[in-house]
Design a binder for this molecule. Structure first.
Ligand SMILES: Nc1ncnc2c1ncn2[C@@H]1O[C@H](COP(=O)(O)OP(=O)(O)OP(=O)(O)O)[C@@H](O)[C@H]1O
Length: 258
């Protein structure tokens, strides 16, 4: 689905990513975790083709490099939620969400575009505020509107779509964190792929099939949560002690710091 082989990224004299190898199949939810400054967002941006490197040609999405893709087709196949969204957009909530449908219509949205926007707003719990001014929303509500826009973009009949999310849970309360992760998991299970940068290791363990742990621009460990989340690996990488046991409900690793 998406494969990167020996991808590095430098900015001026800074080597931010070093020799990254990742491969994600459809149906997989990959969590990228690691301490501040590890290179998680940079890797996500490089994989999403929003940051070019000399190694961009070593990234294959559905067996093609990004330069071989038609831009309009790419917008229907992949979408990205960014960590930094504008705080000031003088539009109604529903008009921000419909932006996700711009790749699909010309002058005005069709019935299916409006339906896709409505479905996405329901999934992120913003439908009841669709006629409110975006600028009047709280930080977490704005974030859910942007998640809705990205989900609306990927509501189409194409198989094997790719969703990138950079820290989508920041600002969200616990109910919405779980609701969004459940929505993402459902999306992934329909033979799609999701790559999410996330700080909460327990949520990563609960929802991801695969984890990439980064530090200092390199991958320290990757695999199923039980492989990556060991006391030794996590304590060393974060420079902070932890204990790991089985979560009594999910049976996934449960990390307790301190
Ligand atoms: N333009 C730049 N110039 C110099 N250093 C940069 C530049 N952009 C990023 N970096 C550095 O690259 C490293 C990786 O940044 P990145 O944002 O990918 O980290 P991250 O793992 O997502 O961090 P966080 O968890 O804090 O969001 C950081 O040390 C950052 O300071």
């Amino acid at each position: 689905m998406i494969k990167a082989h020996q991808v590095s990224y430098s900015h001026k004299k800074y080597h931010i990513l070093k020799g990254i190898d990742v491969s994600i199949e459809y149906g997989e939810l990959l969590a990228i975790v690691g301490p501040n400054g590890a290179g998680k967002s940079t890797l996500l941006n490089v994989l999403a083709n929003e940051l070019k490197t000399k190694d961009t040609e070593r990234i294959f999405f559905k067996e093609k490099t990004f330069s071989e893709w038609n831009i309009d087709d790419l917008a229907k196949n992949k979408a990205k939620f960014s960590q930094h969204n504008p705080a000031d957009i003088p539009l109604l909530v529903k008009d921000v969400v419909i932006m996700g449908r711009y790749p699909f219509f010309e002058a005005s949205p069709r019935r299916e575009d409006l339906e896709a926007a409505e479905n996405a707003m329901r999934k992120t719990d913003v439908f009841h505020m669709k006629n409110r001014a975006y600028n009047s929303l709280s930080g977490g509500e704005k974030q859910r509107v942007h998640l809705s826009r990205v989900l609306a973009q990927l509501e189409n009949s194409i198989t094997h779509k790719l969703l990138f999310l950079d820290e989508p849970l920041n600002n969200l309360d616990v109910k919405h964190q779980h609701k969004i992760l459940k929505t993402i998991k459902d999306f992934t299970q329909k033979a799609n792929t999701t790559i999410v940068v996330i700080h909460d290791l327990n949520l990563a363990a609960q929802f991801a099939n695969k984890v990439v742990l980064m530090d200092k621009g390199k991958i320290v460990s990757q695999g199923e949560p039980s492989v990556v989340f060991t006391e030794d690996i996590i304590t060393k990488t974060y420079g902070f002690p932890c204990k790991i046991c089985d979560n009594p409900i999910t049976k996934k690793p449960m990390i307790i710091f301190g």
